[in-house]
Write a new protein. Structure first.
Length: 129
């Protein structure tokens, strides 16, 4: 019985133990100035895209028609990059789920949401920063 408990403890620690990112891993660059990252038409309604333009890495979404959001792609759990998936962002490492409209965590193990970036649409282009 002790052996099974020890194996379980090793398995949990390998999965990060549910703690937030503290390893100091490099984070993608956030916007330091307004950056044109995509055509608004390229961001599907009810979904999002990942962008990496001029050193700015972000996930951009259009939760409802004409409403755009942008966030750091870094999952606050352990620093993996989230991916757009239908009406949410999902972390492929430990399956944390985030709301497209708010960036709030809707399923753990992450306990905090994604970091928001300023976003606007000008002349049909999505500007982050």
């Amino acid at each position: 019985m002790v052996g099974a408990a020890a194996v379980g403890a090793v398995t949990l620690s390998a999965c990060g133990g549910g703690g937030e990112k503290t390893d100091g891993a490099a984070s993608p660059s956030g916007p330091t100035s307004p950056t044109d990252v995509a055509a608004a038409a390229d961001v599907p309604v009810g979904s999002g895209i990942s962008v990496d333009t001029d050193g700015v890495q972000a996930v951009v979404a259009q939760p409802t028609e004409g409403t755009f959001t942008a966030y750091s792609p870094v999952c606050p759990h352990q620093g993996c990059s989230v991916n757009p998936a239908k009406k949410q962002f999902v972390c492929p490492c430990h399956s944390s789920v985030f709301d497209l409209a708010t960036g709030d965590v809707t399923g753990g193990p992450a306990s905090t949401g994604l970091t928001p970036y300023p976003v606007k649409v000008e002349k049909g282009r999505v500007i982050v920063g």
